[in-house]
Design a protein around this ligand. Structure first.
Ligand code: NAP
Length: 494
């Protein structure tokens, strides 16, 4: 049942007087529940509880932590009907997406548990130097704060990848619930609290705090007993939290996965031979989830010519047949609309897509723009992420200019190349340039669709992420919450 209260360990707590509601973006009306923002005292209670739980939780066996993750997965499956209903009411996303995302979240929990408990993951390094025994192990860093995102209420929020990986590492977690989906957050938090209790773990292993203002999140980041932060969201938000954590007397790591425009490069030959197939794939990738994915293809780079002209003609035609989709909230919709209009007005930018204003509020208008390479290079503002169904096509005069365009890009989560196998010279030049900018290189594909697996890397140079060495998706994401400890001549019973 949704009570609107904070989950502090095993207790539901609501001592504050700041209240807020989530909205249903489809009906543009407030949802029925009222949430109570955590007070300064409640924030402190949650962190103190996490700190007290830390030592014993960090010493639990990896099998117990795996059991915890499995119990959370089971609890989510048992509550799936109500979870999906509230998810849809708070996000405006369709039921099919809610089901896929819930399944992904459950899979993440189980697979991180299995990988984190595997021999491979827990390998230690041991050697003897001049009669001294050295053993290097990994230990959890301490209580971790998780900021979930608006666009993944299940998979990158309360029981999402950051929470699953931190718990598997042995770090207690305090979630700063997302203000757009606090009802989904409360239900998921209840599942986690029950799993903590049924595994006989200390209650401070998990808390979930409500907040509509930034105050709660900022207090959490500044609390001296918090030792790390996981964040998924915008560049502005991630950077603000990173800066705050760096200004602490004891700076702590912030693993923020932020914005990306995910360049997709096409060779002329590829467009000539398979342009129509690519139109279908790219439109789907651009519109999935109303374009509200961090791997949305926001930038398409190709050489000027008849193959590109034909591709764009078909692109616009297919786009014109797509229905507008509901966006996550009025604020996400308004920020999308404002930003796309700003980009439409920049020097040399041509709007290719038909501009039909959707009849329903909070519905998106897919936007495709085109700009010449030289003008793209002159205006770095064109690289700003427009969160939603939006792409800019950069039309280049030559391969040299195309490479310059790639070289001018900020750090990205992904970079894609679609060309023929035999175009090795072009491919090598493009892949070399892209590899310096991205966390994942894709050949013959689209950037959306991030597999949860050990070989996945979901990260990249800044501003895609604050630390390009780590991934936010896949079992290796657990490594973010561990630090090496060298044991010199320490007896084995420790
Ligand atoms: P967000 O605004 O960055 O928020 C993520 C989380 O961080 C939320 O819990 C938010 O609190 C908190 N937060 C943000 N700025 C903060 C600050 N200065 N101090 C403390 N806490 C802060 O990301 P989002 O909610 O996913 O998306 C919202 C907007 O970001 C959208 O309009 C979208 O255009 C843009 N965006 C999102 C993504 C993405 O991948 N999710 C990518 C690019 C752009 P509240 O819950 O109180 O807001």
């Amino acid at each position: 049942m949704i009570t609107g209260k904070n989950q502090i360990g095993s207790i539901k707590s609501a001592n504050g007087n700041v209240v807020f509601r989530s909205n249903n973006p489809k009906t543009n009306t407030p949802n029925p529940w009222q949430f109570i923002e955590a007070t300064e005292r409640e924030v402190n209670d949650a962190v103190e509880l996490a700190d007290r739980a830390f030592l014993s939780f960090s010493k639990t066996s990896i099998k117990i932590r795996q059991e915890l993750l499995n119990k959370i997965a089971e609890g989510l499956e048992d509550s799936k009907d109500v979870l999906i209903e509230v998810y849809c009411m708070e996000s405006g996303l369709p039921i099919s997406r809610a089901i896929t995302e819930l399944n992904r979240t459950v899979y993440q929990l189980r697979s991180y548990g299995a990988y984190g408990a595997s021999e491979d993951f827990n390998k230690t390094t041991e050697d003897v130097v001049n009669g001294v025994s050295l053993r290097k192990v990994n230990v959890p860093i301490g209580p971790v704060v998780v900021f979930g995102s608006s666009n993944f209420p299940f998979a990158y929020s309360t029981a999402g990848g950051d929470t699953a990986s931190a718990l598997m590492a042995g770090c207690p977690v305090i979630v700063k619930g997302h203000s757009m989906h606090p009802g989904t957050g409360e239900l998921v938090a209840e599942v986690i609290a029950k799993a903590v209790s049924s595994c006989h773990l200390p209650e401070g292993v998990f808390s979930n705090l409500n907040a509509q203002s930034y105050k709660v999140g900022q207090q959490l980041v500044m609390h001296p007993k918090v030792k790390g932060v996981g964040f998924t969201g915008s560049i502005t938000g991630g950077r603000a939290i990173f800066d705050l954590a760096s200004r602490r007397e004891e700076p702590i790591p912030v693993f923020a996965e932020m914005g990306s425009i995910n360049p997709v490069v096409f060779s002329e030959k590829e467009l000539e031979e398979n342009g129509s197939d690519w139109v279908k794939k790219i439109v789907k990738s651009m519109l999935d989830g109303a374009g509200q994915f961090c791997t949305n293809p926001g930038l398409i780079i190709a050489l000027k010519g008849s193959a590109l002209d034909k591709f764009l003609e078909e692109f616009v035609e297919v786009l014109s047949k797509q229905d507008p989709q509901c966006m996550l909230s009025a604020s996400v919709h308004d920020s999308f609309d404002k930003l796309r209009r700003t980009q439409m007005k920049r020097k040399g930018v041509i709007t290719l897509s038909a501009q039909r204003t959707p009849t329903e509020l909070n519905y998106s208008q897919a936007t495709l723009l085109k700009v010449a390479g030289v003008q793209f290079l002159e205006q770095p503002e064109l690289q700003e992420e427009v969160f939603g169904p939006f792409s800019i096509v950069v039309e280049c005069e030559s391969t040299t200019e195309l490479i310059k365009v790639i070289e001018s890009l900020n750090g990205q989560l992904t970079g894609t190349l679609n060309c023929k196998e035999e175009e090795t010279e072009f491919a090598t030049a493009v892949l070399n340039a892209l590899s310096l900018k991205v966390g994942r290189l894709i050949f013959q594909g689209v950037p959306t669709g991030v597999a949860v697996s050990e070989s996945m890397h979901h990260g990249g140079p800044y501003p895609a992420c604050t630390d390009s060495r780590f991934t936010a998706v896949g079992g290796d994401s657990i490594k973010r919450w561990l630090r090496p400890l060298c044991l010199q001549n320490i007896p084995n019973y420790f």
